[in-house]
Structures are given as C-alpha cells and as structure tokens.
Write a protein that binds this ligand. Sequence first.
Ligand code: NAP
Length: 527
Amino acid sequence: MTTPDTPLLPNYIAGRWQTGHGHGTTLRDAVTGESLVRVDNTGLNLHEGFVFAREHGGAALRAMSYGQRAAMLGEVVKVLQTNRDAYYDIATRNSGTTTKDSAVDIDGGIFTLGYYAKQGEALGDAKCLLDGERIRMGKDPVFQTQHVLNPTRGVALFINAFNFPSWGLWEKAAPALLSGVPVIVKPATATAWLTQRMVEDVVKAGVLPEGALSVICGSSAHLMDQLQPFDVVSFTGSAETARIIRSHPAVAQRSVRCNIEADSLNSALLDPSATVDSEAFKLMVSEVVREMTVKSGQKCTAIRRIFVPLELFDDAAEAISAKLAKVTVGNPRNETVRMGALVSQEQKRSVLHGIEALCHEALVLFDGSEVPLVDADPEASACVAPTLLGHRDPGQAKVLHEIEVFGPVATLMAYEDEDEAWDLVRRGEGSLVASVYSEDPAFIARAAAELADSHGRVHAISPDVAASQTGHGNVMPMSLHGGPGRAGGGEELGGLRALGFYHRRTAVQASSAALDALAATAAPFKP
Ligand code: NAP
C-alpha cells in the first residue's frame, strides 16, 4: 500500500528542483514492504534540461583545468562523507542491505571519487591531453602529427542499474566530471532514492558549477531522444535493455558514443593440481561464499559458475555448503544477520524463477531456504537464501552457461582437464571477471593468457596474495571494469583510461612551433 503522504522526490534539471506531475512509482522497504518515497518525472521539459547541462554545465567545467576539476571532486567527497549516515539509512531501508554490504556501494563510490580526485591532481593546469608523442609526417621534421584528447562538448547521460545506486553514479561521474563533461543521471527506479539524495546533497553544497550534475528519477521514456552527436551515454543494466539502447536512433544514426555494462556469468576456476588440503582450494571456497552472499549476490561481478577438477567436485560441494549453512539471512537491522534482502519483490520473483530454470539442468547441492529468516516475513520481505547448484558434466549443459540469476546463487561445475576448463569458462561468451585459484605461477600465467580475450579482468589468487587481494567481485578504480561479448563490450575505470570515453581524439597536423604552443596548454595522457 502507498500512503497518500509518501513523499515525492524532486528531480534536479535545468538548474531547478522539479517534481513530476504524475502520481509516480513508489519505492519500498525491501524487508517490510513499507512505502518509502515516490519518484516521477512526468511533464518535465527534458529538452530544456539537456540544453542547460550542455551549455551551462559544459562551458563552466571546460573553463576549469583538470587540476581544478580534481579539487572539485575532492569537495564532493567531503560533502558525501558528511552525510554518510543518511545514505546508510536509505540503503538499509530501500536496498535491504547489511551495513557491510551498504559500504560496498556507498564507501565504494566515495573511494572511487577520491581516487580520481587524486589522479586528476597530477594533470595540473592542463586543458587538454596529449596522446603519445609527435610523429613525423615526411622527410622534413617540421610538419608533424600530434594526437590530442579534448573533452567532448556534450552531456554524459548515465542510465544505471538498481544494485549500485551510489557506486554506479560516482564510478561514472568521477571520470566524466574530471574530463569536463556534465552529467545527467537516471538511476534505476527501484533504488533511485539514494542516488537522488546524494545529488541533492552535492547540489545544495554548491561545490559543482550549475548544470554539472542533474538527476532524473522515474521513467526512462524520451531520455535517449534528447541525445545529440557529441553527447555520450553510459548504460548499466540487463542485456535486454542494452539492446534497446544500442538500437536507439541516437546511437545508431547520430553516432552518440555508447558504453554498455551488461550482465555476465563470471567464473571461478580452481587449478587442476589443487588438492582438498591445499591453500588454493580453501581460498576458492571462501571467495565463492563471499561472492554468493555479498549484496545477496546482486553484483554484476559475482561468481556464477565455479569450475573444479572432477575429483574435487564432492569436496568442493561439501566445503561451500558448510560455509553457506552459517550465513544468517533476514532483516539487516538485526545484528546477527549476515545477508539481507534482494531489492524488491520483483527481483525475488526473478531470482526464484531463475533458480527453477537452472534446476532443469543442475542438481541442488545446498538449499538455504530450509532455515527460517531472522526478523523477516518470508512473504513480505524480498529475502532469498543462498542456493548452490551443481553439474558434473557441464559441457552438456546449456542454460547454466546462459542464464544470469541475479541473487545468491552459483553453480559448481566439474572439468576433466585444463583445455576443457578453458572451453567451459568461455561458454559464458564474454564476462566481466574470472578468478583463478592456484599456487602455481605458471598455471596462473596460462590461465591469464587463455581467458584474457573473453574477460575484462582476470583475478588470480595465490597464497602469497591471500591477505592483500582485493576480492573477485570488488571493482577497483585503478583496474579496468567491463567485459566483451555478453558483458556488453564496455570499458570503465582503469585509472585515467576512463577519461578516454569522455574525450575526442584528434590528430593535429602542424608545424613544430604550433605544436609547441598547443603542448603548453596540455598534459601528457599516461593512463
Ligand atoms: P535493467 O532493467 O536493464 O535497467 C537498467 C536501467 O535501464 C534502469 O535505470 C532502467 O530504468 C533503465 N531502462 C529500462 N528500460 C529502458 C529503456 N527502454 N530505455 C532506457 N532505459 C531503460 O537492469 P537492472 O535490472 O536495473 O539491473 C540488473 C542488471 O544489470 C543485471 O543483469 C546485472 O548483471 C547488470 N549490471 C551490470 C553491471 C556492470 O557493470 N556490468 C553492474 C550492475 C548491474 P527503470 O529502473 O526505471 O526501469
């Protein structure tokens, strides 16, 4: 039930707070089902908002140097840190996450912003970037080519997924704003509140120029229609919506640059020479359990397929199940709860449906739903317990390599030799990340070479990095995020590499003297 006094969140576009004229969509508490806030953008003048961002936000940002924009990101960090408690409260209610899981999104976003503030500082007073060295064009060295990167004169539209309302905004906004490109974010409706609140705090603090950051909550209708040739769109979400974005006339006809982060069947792979007593085996088991349960498995990078040598299949099933049995599921407000809810009833239905589909091919090895939830109503809450499925001959399976179940679910799969392992991992048809567990550097090197072309990241865990490794599913700003094929073909982060998406590369062919004058306003691009 939506109570009549459920607040309607305003949008921020064209430098004004504006509420939609419709009733809007109600966002709910993921555990109790209570209505929290409503979002709506009916009747807003989107055209005016995009023009304002382009003309006011873009011009003001481009007038600043990289160093000034980096300092501005530092100010955004301070604003967000001041308001952290409110963000945790919203996440507990709207996303149903435990404090630890909320941190992945909230502090992960703030950390990423801070990272870009630091990296951008090094670019100092520059207004553009030099890509590589000058290249002679002929015998006479006086006429040369210099590739130059300039911020695009458009807006960056972000269409984001529900699982990272904070990090999903800031991991994109940090490189965009550092580049000098204004941002318009359209958060996923189910969890739009946190994004809206963060934008509200930053706008009210006055640390960004007018038009640099806008937020539009609710329907995505007509957003893509606003895009002009020098705008960019960065989408994170399902493969199905990605297809709509890619085929929109803005992309297909007006050449709007488009980055897609879609779904992914990420793998964990245990070295064939591992034994049940080996460190590699133990490290894999811990990481799999962590990945299945952090944010209730609602991470695009979460491990979905676990590959182990056939002779270790039963041991792995037993060890993973034993750890999953200790995971308490329920209301994140109860301190004994380790795993909270999914974000909505809709997601719960989708995950339960997905498990059913996988069960046409897989065996259930562990079913956490037999244990009662802590402080949560099984009907009203969006809680789903962890489930481990298994298949001893996954080469014969189809849907196990096709369906991404976006929850605390993974499938254990056996392989007979190394070559079969590579083939099975590749059946994911392009993923964000594969992790490898081994004590043998030569095996890790072979795995990296075999899996690199089908993955955005290969994360190798050996006993010597056990304490310092950053986690299979954690996206670190210095490393590339994205993946080929079904993962969307996008690239984000990777340190200053991320700035590339928001810049246009131009070959300037000119005299050495002219190129000297240009270089005086530039910094070398060293991603
Ligand atoms: P989704 O349903 O595709 O929605 C993503 C975003 O697209 C939402 O903001 C949604 O708005 C919007 N949208 C829906 N229809 C649209 C249309 N016709 N035109 C323009 N925008 C439209 O995905 P989701 O369920 O939020 O997210 C889950 C998926 O995201 C999973 O598959 C996961 O793997 C993937 N994901 C990938 C990454 C990555 O970095 N690769 C990260 C996180 C999640 P509404 O919410 O208003 O419908």
